[in-house]
Design a protein around this ligand. Structure first.
Ligand code: FUC
Length: 742
């Protein structure tokens, strides 16, 4: 549980997030006028119909020789400055848009204390996903409870008191934009509008139910409750966005919002709450982590301030809380039926959020899902899959127009309107490898879950088309004949070259996984042959340079003093699987990572937790976790880049899971990077590739008990000091539970 003794002074640092995937709210817990910042995830400016015009990032006029011109210059000159390449291949961005705050719901109280006293508590309970505010005023105990229900599609809030007739308030909606009307009739408040930029229609409806007392609608579009024993509201919202290229518009949201809010208002508060708690709990409760924590009765902001990463049970409590918070945030911001989690999950208080609160695809969107499979939340990837699938149609057009080839492509960042082309920010506009990288999660979903039907229907078509793109776009490097990506740009620094390590490693990962999948599915031998031939000639993107480092570029040009936040050339270590521990590449990766240092933005630190875990250095992983908590985490435990950016939350949870369990090379590795700070503990419910759910108990840094529940029949190899010879191979049968106790 996160808990505070004061209301949030500020949205970014203090508000507490609840979400149903499609809807989000951040709770301030302010006294006289409570405030919930509201979000609907598809409320985006830009795209088709934008007043700025919109071209999907595709070149507005054909540039037949632009790409080959850059490739030729790279062949001849070896490297080109990013501005030179952006001049040739970039284009000013138009109509990209930004994720929009829906507005704020204010709950103005008739009588409330001026300031919080000792009786005040504000909490967010992770297992139930309930946010609460409680305080005593004139001897009356007041309580507010909020949740976002995925099954009922609504945000719900209830105000109550321990004496009858004490609940009186007015509900009011505001927005930083002037593009809406708010009207109220009976117990219903309706907010309706269309974004000025692109005409996207949106609607929110709130209905209020009271026990005792009365509710009246105001001519100013407010609802007032007087003298009730308790009251609850339900809020539904939607837009006419649809994820269908090229128009991206669907039904007017009015009918669906009305149906949803009415269906919820017809239920009792207890029923809505119960449905929500069960739904959330069924996902959240799957993983239990005990690293020796003892959560003191201390406000979470103080727990964070006092945190040192040392040996105290309170420090363990913050770490365990942070681990579970990542899982909580993913459940709250990524459920089937809407867009995937964006740079801020689903929470945003602005009309101009940082980086548009978009989908950055040179690490950020991918990082959002690193925790999904291993921490047993595979269902949360449904919106990700759907989003990636929806990028194919525009991405195909970009591949054809910009590269003249088959396949699909997306670059550095994208929006909900199929922006698969480029812009002109020279160090971040070109990254056609993103499509390949995006498909990685879909193949991982198959590796964890094992559904061949999923592989066939969902993952493989997207992977295959991404592979087609690279089969058509790899070029022989005139220096050695190996196939390279060109132009290639290691995010987000240095020069343009051919065959930067990350480009090669991503393509290697894609072709390897696509080949594996093609074999499983028995796809045509000639396609498999083309993949094999390309892999044979592919520059692997693994080279050791003059100071023992893993080279970021094909030539040895790494600066040992470079501490850039992106550590792109270690993709092959994580999230890839090309570098195995103990190999010379792993040693070189360690040298590179050491030189990059322990600083960085929030997400960069989170990535380093994962890297060190893959390098089997649990103590260094833990050090990065400590760095992240001490310098990149806000009082409400949101990760800060700065500013708030949610990828670091997700990446940190993933990294902590990597410390306890890994399976990327096929075997299930138990406690591969356990830090000295966690000598005794247990974890229940982590997932391994091959369809195993794994529980581990350890003492004195060694596993003492391993329980594997198989969801798939097949051979499993467990690696742990618990077994003679360090490993145990057995034939697991789906549905069976296997207990190992040394
Ligand atoms: C990538 C990063 C930045 C930031 C942005 C949203 O471009 O390099 O640090 O996280 O995404």
């Amino acid at each position: 549980m996160l808990q505070y003794r004061t209301p949030a002074a500020d949205w970014e640092r203090g508000s507490l997030p609840i979400g149903s995937g499609a809807l989000g709210a951040s709770v301030f817990g302010t006294l006289a006028s409570e405030r919930l910042t509201l979000n609907e995830k598809t409320l985006w400016t830009g795209g088709p119909g934008s007043v700025q015009g919109y071209d999907f990032g595709n070149w507005t006029t054909p540039r037949p020789d632009a790409l080959s011109g850059v490739q030729q210059r790279l062949d001849e000159e070896g490297a080109l400055g990013p501005d030179t390449v952006a001049d040739a291949l970039g284009q000013a961005r138009r109509g990209y848009g930004a994720y929009q705050v829906l507005g704020d719901l204010h709950i103005d109280l008739v009588d409330a204390p001026a300031a919080p006293d000792d009786s005040y508590r504000r909490t967010l309970d992770l297992p139930t996903a309930l946010a609460t505010v409680t305080y005593t005023h004139h001897d009356v105990r007041h309580s507010r409870e909020y949740f976002a229900s995925h099954p009922d599609g609504v945000i719900v809030g209830r105000l109550a008191a321990d004496r009858p007739g004490q609940v009186s308030f007015t509900l009011r909606h505001t927005s930083p934009r002037s593009d809406f009307t708010a009207s109220a009739t009976a117990d219903r408040l309706t907010v309706r509008g269309a974004l000025k930029d692109n005409g996207l229609r949106f609607e929110a409806q709130i209905r209020v139910r009271t026990k005792g007392g009365s509710v009246t609608a105001g001519a100013d579009g407010t609802l007032t409750v007087r003298d009730a024993d308790s009251a609850f509201f339900v809020l539904a919202a939607g837009t006419d966005y649809a994820d269908v290229h090229p128009a991206y518009r669907g039904e007017d949201p009015h009918a669906a919002v009305t149906d949803t809010v009415d269906a919820a208002a017809d239920q009792t508060y207890a029923k809505l709450r119960d449905t929500h708690v069960r739904d959330h709990g069924a996902l959240f409760g799957r993983v239990v982590l005990d690293i020796g924590q003892d959560l003191p009765d201390l406000p979470t902001d103080q727990l964070l301030t006092r945190y040192t990463g040392g040996a105290s049970a309170a420090d363990r409590a913050l770490e365990a809380l942070f681990f579970q918070y990542g899982r909580y945030l993913l459940i709250a911001s990524s459920r089937a039926g809407s867009l995937p989690a964006n740079l801020q999950g689903v929470w945003n208080n602005s009309t101009t959020p940082p980086w548009s609160a978009d989908y950055h695809t040179n690490i950020n969107l991918q990082m959002n899902y690193w925790l999904a499979e291993v921490t047993n939340l595979a269902e949360t990837t449904a919106p990700y899959d759907r989003y990636v699938e929806a990028l194919r149609a525009p991405g195909r057009k970009t591949a054809r127009e910009m590269f003249g080839t088959a396949g699909w492509v997306v670059h550095n960042e994208t929006n909900p309107y199929g922006f698969t082309g480029v812009h002109d920010w020279s160090t971040a506009f070109w990254f056609p490898e993103a499509a390949a990288w995006l498909t990685q999660q879909m193949y991982e979903h198959y590796r964890f879950g094992g559904s061949t039907a999923y592989l066939r229907s969902t993952a493989y078509p997207v992977m295959k088309e991404a592979a087609e793109f690279w089969l058509a776009n790899l070029r022989p490097d005139p220096r050695d004949g190996l196939l390279v990506v060109t132009p290639s740009y290691s995010p987000e620094h240095g020069d343009f070259t051919a065959g930067a390590a990350m480009s090669q490693q991503i393509v290697h990962d894609l072709l390897t996984s696509t080949l594996e999948a093609a074999r499983v599915l028995g796809d045509a031998p000639d396609f498999r042959g083309r993949l094999e031939a390309a892999l044979d000639r592919l520059d692997p993107g693994l080279r050791i340079g003059s100071w023992g480092q893993l080279q970021e570029w094909k030539t040895d040009r790494d600066d040992p003093a470079d501490t850039h936040r992106h550590v792109s050339h270690l993709f092959a270590l994580h999230p890839g699987r090309q570098i195995e521990p103990g190999s010379p590449w792993a040693e070189a990766a360690k040298v590179s990572l050491g030189a990059r240092g322990d600083g960085g933005t929030g997400w960069s630190k989170a990535w380093k937790i994962n890297f060190w875990a893959r390098l089997r250095d649990g103590d260094h992983s833990h050090k990065m976790l400590t760095e992240q908590l001490r310098s990149s985490t806000l009082p409400n435990l949101w990760d800060t880049h700065p500013p708030f950016q949610i990828d670091g939350n997700f990446g940190a949870t993933s990294g902590m899971a990597e410390m306890l369990l890994q399976s990327q090379y096929g075997d299930v590795e138990i406690l591969p990077a356990l830090p000295a700070a966690w000598p005794d503990g247990s974890v229940r419910g982590l997932r391994a590739r091959g369809g195993a759910t794994v529980d581990i108990t350890w003492a004195g840094g060694e596993a003492t008990r391993i329980v594997v529940t198989a969801s798939r029949t097949g051979e499993l190899t467990l690696r742990s000091g618990l077994f003679t010879g360090g490993e145990k191979t057995f034939k697991a049968r789906a549905g069976e539970r296997y207990v190992f106790t040394g």
